[in-house]
Design a protein around this ligand. Structure first.
Ligand code: SAH
Ligand code: CA
Length: 239
């Protein structure tokens, strides 16, 4: 995924003001350490008309490190697309680690699946096609999964972010981590809505603003709003 201004407009891969600075980060710290499988899936995903939806290389490097830092084993990913951030998480997990991977569309996941299989991590992934919210509700209803997840990456329908939070706060264990992606929403969260945003971006913006305010006030978690990629809010459950 390049960092030309055109691509940045299609979907921000960084909110840094200078493309050169972002390029510096990628070339110095990210690409030289990128696993072959992640590079391959990044290049395949770049061919997809909706490639802007995929996480950025520096972001998946962060996810990889985060998963290892917290020693996560049992995880959820909401919003898979071609499986780029999913592969990064799968590579970071121990061999008996698990990812419940939720997406309404299996077709895009199948683009990445051969790369995931070749990387030897497909056995960690339980992909379920369909909307994520009912799956979370079902987990809560069954009552076996409360407090059982170490890590969740939320990167699907922004309208439901707060609904996801209401469920995930019980599903993640105390000390577990939830990462909400795109919480700076093209940099649009500060100031009035920008007329250059697409209709979709304008539609979702209030949901992101609502989530950010809710997370900031939620005493059950500690948070850090990172300006990596399009903004990731890392939340650690404390009660
Ligand atoms: N995490 C991926 C990108 C995900 S893009 C990466 O970084 O590579 C967002 C995905 O959310 C799309 O694949 C879309 O199909 C999915 N999605 C949209 N609405 C959803 C819903 N209600 N439940 C689950 N997935 C959904
Ligand atoms: Ca995202």
């Amino acid at each position: 995924m390049g960092v030309e201004s055109g691509e940045q407009k299609a979907g921000p891969k960084s909110l840094l003001r200078s493309d050169a600075l972002y390029q510096y980060i990628l070339e110095t710290s990210v690409y030289p350490r990128e696993p072959d499988s992640l590079r391959e899936l990044r290049e395949i995903t770049a061919e997809h008309p909706w490639s802007f939806m995929a996480a950025s290389p520096d972001e998946v490097q962060f996810l990889d490190l985060l998963v290892k830092l917290i020693g996560a084993k049992n995880t959820i990913e909401i919003g898979v697309f071609t499986g780029y951030s999913l592969l990064a998480t799968a590579l970071a997990l121990p061999d008996d680690g698990k990812i419940l991977a939720l997406d309404i569309k299996r077709e895009d996941f199948e683009i990445g699946l051969p790369v995931i299989e070749k990387a030897g991590v497909a056995h960690k992934i339980d992909f379920r096609e369909g909307p994520a919210l009912p799956v979370l509700d079902q987990l809560l209803e069954e009552g076996k999964s409360d407090g059982s997840f170490d890590f969740v990456f939320v990167d699907a329908d922004k309208e439901n972010y707060l609904n996801y939070h209401m469920r995930l706060i019980d599903l993640v264990k105390i000390g577990g981590v939830i990462g909400y992606d795109n919480t700076l929403w093209y940099g649009s969260v500060a100031g009035p809505p920008d007329a250059s945003l697409s209709d979709y971006a304008l539609h979702c913006r209030p949901f992101i603003l609502e989530l950010n305010e809710f997370l900031a006030a939620d005493r059950r978690i500690e948070i850090c709003q990172l300006p990596v990629s399009d903004g990731i809010t890392v939340c650690r459950r404390i009660s």
